[in-house]
Write a protein that binds this ligand. Structure first.
Ligand code: PEP
Length: 255
């Protein structure tokens, strides 16, 4: 089936001011206007409201970079899916930086994905192996384990709005992207695991590749049958380059 390409920009802890965030969002929105892929901007939580307001009525969508699983309570520093509702349509869950720096586990990812879905927020669940795991020949095992965990509390896939992202940790922010064949292999593996739960729903899920995607290399990932877009970190902070990645996704959207 044909899936609408999706390109998400993970701004991480950038930019430093609301003014810069709004300017970047407006610049991206203007450059992707009329392009067919779904374009999602994921600013820091503190800029979500300003960015959402700045792009109201335009075709870019808003995502959070993480979410808590709980609705409210004694969770210092966290933002709940209940609070995100109406502000963010998507939430990245299980980004490798959240796993590595903040101790997020597969169980946390499972609970956050389920909670996001329950609150009408589309999860972008990130999975991917670390360099040592790759060298040990464990890529498939890690991707399978993390994918099974991410959907562990879902009854089905259809209707959840789930998005998956294959992000090999060694490729994030390093300038060393995976090969298109690696991205396809991992994405097909992810889709096969989703299909064990819900074969029809699995076909609807956009699977993104993430890891040093640029305007120069994006096209070769998008040409893969199971890669439906990109999760972009560094290159999403430059409107021109990011819009070029969205344009590259648009070129294959008719396949
Ligand atoms: C990311 O942070 O999800 C990412 C893929 O970063 P980069 O594009 O900078 O590698």
């Amino acid at each position: 089936m044909s899936r609408r390409p999706l390109v998400a920009g993970n701004w991480k802890m950038n930019p430093a001011s609301a003014e810069e965030a709004v300017a970047l969002a407006r610049d991206v929105a203007a450059r992707v206007a009329g392009l067919s892929p779904l374009t999602v901007l994921c600013p820091p939580t503190i800029w979500l409201a300003a960015v959402a307001e700045a792009v109201t009525g335009q075709q870019v969508r808003i995502g959070a970079q993480t979410t808590a699983a709980e609705e409210s309570g004694a969770y210092t520093g966290e933002t709940s899916p209940l609070m995100l509702r109406g502000l963010a349509e998507f939430a990245i869950i299980g980004h490798s930086e959240r796993r590595r720096l903040y101790g997020e586990t597969d169980d946390d990812v499972r609970d956050k994905v389920a909670s996001a879905v329950a609150h009408g927020i589309r999860p972008i669940a990130a999975v991917g192996e670390r360099l040592a795991e790759r060298h040990a020949g464990r890529t498939a095992e890690v991707v399978e384990r993390q994918t099974r965990a991410a959907i562990g509390r879902l009854q089905r896939i259809a209707g959840t709005g789930l998005v998956m992202a294959y992000e090999p940790v060694w490729a994030i922010g390093t300038g060393e992207a995976a090969t298109d064949a690696d991205a396809q292999e991992a994405s097909a593996r992810i889709r096969a695991i989703l299909a064990e739960l819900d074969p029809t729903g699995a076909e609807e899920v956009p699977i993104l590749y993430g890891g040093s995607v640029t305007a120069d290399n994006a096209g070769r990932f998008f040409a893969q049958p199971d890669v439906d877009g990109a999760l972009v970190g560094g290159a999403s902070l430059q409107a021109v380059g990011f819009a070029a990645i969205v344009a590259a996704a648009a070129r294959v959207s008719t396949r």
